[in-house]
Ligand binder design. Structure first.
Ligand code: ATP
Ligand code: MG
Length: 277
């Protein structure tokens, strides 16, 4: 329901000492969690080449929930993959927590992803042969770490997965698979979480629970979250919304509410009558 979106919650609240806790009231305090500068990503070659990112510039502040919106095909997933070091870019630079990804080898990028970030894929990417519980704890096992039982229990209960832990992805609904994918991305308490439409397959109750949980992780634990969404209600949980069109950032909305997001979206969806050429 739209009216339950916490649009009037205090934005400056941070647990004392949490990373990103502002010492002053102004915006960027800590070093940014991620920065894209002039990022270009081209898929394919020649006549069929698609310029999915066309000089994208974006700074993701630490300890904030940033939403990314834009039409289908505007490059949102490509931008998330580039920021997370999942894909090489063709030009420009991507810096994650002070590390320039574009200079790292494949192996170094893999380790950085394993140790420092969580990713919720638009297509979930669960391992079909593993149960939900095994999928959730897979990143820990890969890193040779064990789960913090309290955190794992909180994730599982907040995401409503208690009675699905022994099921394999093929035995789960789309929404349940999505919640497993979210738990998997958060289980290591990574420095930054990228979530590509994390509520896309959820009903409004599960969607709101997930969003409230992400918001709490940001506000109370100083977590950094970047979330792609098509849903103005989901976006209203964020501290800021950036809008993407044709592979570039074309808008930036602080302290979004459902009406302000809708207004901005309708502006962007107007036919391009003011072409620059
Ligand atoms: N592997 C690929 N090969 C070729 N083109 C691709 C590939 N992945 C994405 N594209 C193209 O790049 C553009 C951006 O795609 P992207 O998936 O980033 O869009 P999106 O904004 O995430 O869209 P959606 O909202 O539908 O998920 C699209 O035109 C898409 O067709
Ligand atoms: Mg996408």
């Amino acid at each position: 329901m739209l009216d339950t979106a916490p649009t009037s919650a205090p934005r400056a609240h941070r647990a004392p000492g949490a990373p990103g806790a502002p010492g002053a009231t102004s915006g960027s305090v800590a070093a940014p969690a991620a920065v894209a500068r002039g990022v270009v990503k081209v898929y394919g070659r020649g006549a069929t080449a698609v310029r999915a990112l066309d000089g994208a510039d974006l700074t993701i502040p630490a300890g904030r929930l940033t939403a990314v919106m834009g039409p289908s095909g505007s490059g949102k997933s490509t931008l998330m993959h580039a920021l997370a070091g999942l894909d090489r870019v063709d030009a420009g630079s991507v810096t994650l927590g002070g590390t320039e990804l574009t200079r790292l080898s494949e192996k170094e990028r893999t380790l950085l992803r394993r140790d420092r970030l969580g990713f919720v894929f638009q297509a979930f990417n669960l391992v079909p042969s593993l149960t939900a519980a095994e999928n959730i704890t897979l990143p820990l096992r890969l890193a040779g770490r064990t789960a913090d039982p309290a955190w794992l229990a909180e994730l599982v209960s907040t995401l409503g997965l208690d009675d699905r832990l022994t099921h394999r992805p093929g035995e789960l609904s789309g929404g349940q698979q999505q919640r497993v994918a979210v738990a998997r991305a958060l289980v290591t308490r990574p420095e930054i979480v990228f979530a590509d439409e994390p509520t896309g397959n959820l009903d409004s109750r599960h969607g709101q629970r997930l969003l409230a949980f992400l918001q709490r992780a940001v506000r109370d634990l100083g977590q950094t979250v970047v979330m792609v969404t098509h849903d103005p209600t989901a976006a209203s949980y964020a501290d800021r919304v950036v809008f993407l069109a044709d592979g570039r950032i074309v808008g930036d909305l602080p302290d979004p509410t459902v009406p302000t997001v809708l207004a901005r979206m309708s502006g962007l969806e107007q036919p391009a009558t003011r072409a620059e050429s």
